[in-house]
Design a protein around this ligand. Structure first.
Ligand code: F6P
Length: 367
């Protein structure tokens, strides 16, 4: 009997997810490897993340067709070139204490004959994988988050593609900012961690970078802008994480709605900063919110490569029975870490190492 492996993607979509699904599938089904492992496999995709496992009725063929998809080498052949997730995604949390549906998920996994679940996602999705593992389900995680805030790994899928989008969009903004001599405030994603703003800002040569880890002062931003005056520089780019906060204030949220994991949507900080600059100085300031553009488009070369390596490693873990763990990149090598160690923690920017808290930019000292 072939071992049935289920793969799903959860949380925000991003480039690299399809590649990871492709490589889990290809390496699990690889006929040469099957001989070496003396094991045959079958791979199915769960549609819309954990939602698919909550809602599927395994006894009803129509429901199975609606929530599951058969995966083989032919189906996934071109997936590594494609952005988004062909399996769909959701922010469904089966362990939400207000409406716990974890029993249903465990029952469905059993009824479907699934032996291993490979979950590709960030802290929320992998938190569910960990809770299921504690309840006896064999789970494996693959890290994905454009925010880069997952601990236990130095790389999460989607990050590099998002940094490339930020860099390209800022390149584009420079011509119009320069022509008008304006200040542009560019808002990136990044709820708790400033990695996207920092890397995107550094790569594009932004003058000021504001991150959640260091509350900023509007007065200091205006001073820094004034310092450039008269130096033949006619415009400036400020990059700000959506989760960055002015000193003494909370982060900017959009409405009161919370998702299944208790998160509220963030946004509005760039507009606030542009308004403050206009009020406090005689500069003309505009803002741009890059929003979901950062998660769109095709995967960068690095995301394709990492999706391949993570996917292959996850398949290896199935055969070495390394369950309850996440694939990770550490010191340039692929390794694994227990899911337990990554839950409830965040990988934040180390201010001492990477951020100049006076000049609001990446540190200029490397060693
Ligand atoms: O994936 C994480 C993230 O990129 C956060 O930075 C952002 O706050 C959130 O997704 C927004 O996602 P959505 O609008 O899809 O819920």
């Amino acid at each position: 009997m072939a071992m049935k492996i289920a793969v799903l993607t959860g949380g925000g979509d991003c480039p690299g997810l399809n590649g990871a699904v492709k490589w889990v599938t290809k390496s699990a089904l690889d006929p040469h490897l099957a001989k070496i492992r003396s094991m045959e496999c079958e791979v199915i995709g769960i549609l819309k993340g954990w939602k698919g496992l909550v809602e599927v009725n395994p006894d009803d063929p129509a429901s199975r067709a609606h929530h599951l998809v058969h995966l083989d080498e032919e189906v996934v052949r071109t997936w590594d070139r494609l952005g988004g997730t062909n399996l769909g995604t959701s922010r469904t949390n089966p362990f939400n204490p207000q409406k716990d549906r974890s029993d249903k998920v465990i029952e469905n996994i059993k009824k479907l004959g699934v032996e291993v679940v490979v979950a590709i996602g960030g802290e929320d999705t992998l938190g569910v994988a960990y809770n299921l593992y504690r309840r006896g389900v064999k789970t494996i995680g693959i890290p994905k988050t454009i925010d880069g805030d997952l601990v236990g790994t130095n790389y999460s899928l989607g990050f590099d593609s998002a940094v490339n989008v930020i860099t390209e969009e800022i390149d584009r903004l420079r011509t119009t900012a320069g022509s008008h001599g304006r200040i542009f405030v560019v808002e990136t994603m990044g709820r708790h961690a400033g990695w996207l703003a920092l890397y995107g800002g550094e790569a594009s040569g932004a003058y000021i970078i504001l991150i959640p880890e260091h509350p900023f002062s509007v007065k200091r931003i205006c001073e820094l802008l004034q310092e450039r005056r008269g130096r033949e520089i006619h415009y400036s780019i400020i990059v700000v994480s959506e989760g960055a906060k002015p000193e003494g204030m909370d982060e900017f949220v959009k409405g009161d709605k919370v998702d299944d994991f208790g998160h509220r949507s963030l946004g509005g900080i760039a507009a606030f900063i542009a308004d403050e600059i206009t009020r406090e100085t005689d500069f003309e300031a505009r803002f741009v919110i890059l929003s979901h553009l950062q998660r769109g488009g095709i995967p960068s070369a690095r995301d394709r490569l990492m999706a391949r390596r993570f996917g292959i490693a996850a398949a290896d873990m199935i055969f070495s029975e390394d369950f309850g763990r996440m694939v990770s990149l550490a010191h340039g090598e692929i390794t694994t870490v227990p899911l337990k160690e990554i839950i409830g923690r965040l990988r934040l920017v180390d201010l001492n190492k990477y951020y100049d808290t006076d000049r609001y930019n990446g540190k200029r000292i490397v060693l």
